[in-house]
Design a protein. Structure first.
Length: 327
């Protein structure tokens, strides 16, 4: 090939310019629907099962289901390079997040919990700027201010029902933090492991973290209603085994920030489902605070408009009748 000939391959376009992966969009949509239903199922099962027992039961059901998937797909252990990210996401996301969310939903309704937890995407962008050296754009900082103002409004609205409700909001904020940290930790692991491997072993590590609640699970399961046990199994199979795998599949094909933005629709779905299935509707002030939370996320993920290109300055030759060539 001569020096004047262009190379056979061109550099890959930046992530923002890459075509949309429809399979990733479909996988993310499955995740959002199942995760939205999880808030309602947790609220329902929480009447008979304590936060730790419910988390362990959910993780056990999820790990067993994912183990069957791995056997069918003949997927073994992840590569060594993937383990740090899997371990951190397993402890924070599959372990602490589940307990904090279960505990929070014992004190606030499902819709309120979803509104507060959905601050997660802005925290993902914040952690990405700190840990991945992506910087802190002004819109990210502005979005953070709006979202946390919304969380404060939600907290004030819930404090009228007693300190326990305010504690529920704080627990949901803790769940949002661990969710964001789990996503940022899992992203590097997916460079080395498949979505199924990362999800399976992250879920297994989360199960190990919840083992101290084994005795409580056995005791409470004896007296729990069939409906509560069915919700626990549903949480393990669908919002955990299926939805976390589809999430990891989509996350491997796009950025963490973009994946976080796909959860915008979840709170609206949760409010509708909790109204239809549980008869719960957040108060107007709580909804207003939730809208502020989501508005802050939208501000943080928005992009400034590029100024319109100015017309090229007219040259002397242009004044004489000639025009410049198109760029």
């Amino acid at each position: 090939m001569s020096a004047t000939e262009p190379p056979d391959t061109e550099p890959a376009p930046p992530a923002a310019a890459r075509p949309l992966d429809r399979r990733a969009v479909a996988a993310a949509s499955v995740t959002v629907v199942f995760w939205a239903s999880a808030f309602v199922a947790i609220r329902s099962a929480g009447t008979d099962l304590s936060p730790g027992a419910l988390a362990l039961g959910r993780m056990l059901a999820g790990t067993l289901t994912l183990g069957v998937f791995c056997l069918v797909r003949r997927q073994g252990l992840p590569p060594r390079a993937a383990w740090p990210g899997i371990a951190v996401s397993g402890v924070l996301w599959f372990g602490l997040y589940m307990i904090a969310l279960n505990w929070g939903e014992r004190k606030v309704d499902a819709g309120t919990a979803a509104l507060v937890v959905n601050i997660g995407p802005i925290l993902i962008a914040l952690l990405g700027g700190w840990l991945l050296k992506e910087g802190f754009p002004p819109r990210l900082l502005a979005g953070m201010a709006v979202s946390f103002a919304g969380a404060a409004v939600v907290g004030v609205s819930m404090s009228d029902g007693g300190g326990s409700s305010l504690a529920g909001v704080l627990l949901c904020l803790l769940a949002a933090v661990t969710y964001a940290a789990g996503v940022v930790s899992q992203k590097p692991a997916l460079r080395h492991a498949s979505a199924l491997q990362a999800t399976t072993w992250g879920c297994a590590i989360g199960t190990a973290c919840c083992l101290p609640f084994a005795g409580r699970l056995v005791t409470e399961a004896r007296d729990a209603s069939w409906g509560a046990l069915a919700c626990m199994l549903y949480l393990g199979v669908f919002p955990t085994a299926v939805a976390f795998t589809t999430w990891a599949y989509a996350l491997a094909r796009t950025s963490a920030g973009r994946m976080g933005a796909t959860t915008y629709a979840a709170p609206a779905l949760v409010v509708v489902l909790s109204w239809l299935l549980l008869g719960e509707v957040p108060a107007l002030l709580t909804l207003a605070g939730g809208v502020l939370c989501l508005g802050g996320v939208a501000v943080s993920r928005s992009r400034a408009r590029r100024p319109a290109a100015r017309p090229a300055a007219t040259s002397y030759s242009g004044l004489m009748g000639s025009t410049a060539k198109d760029p």
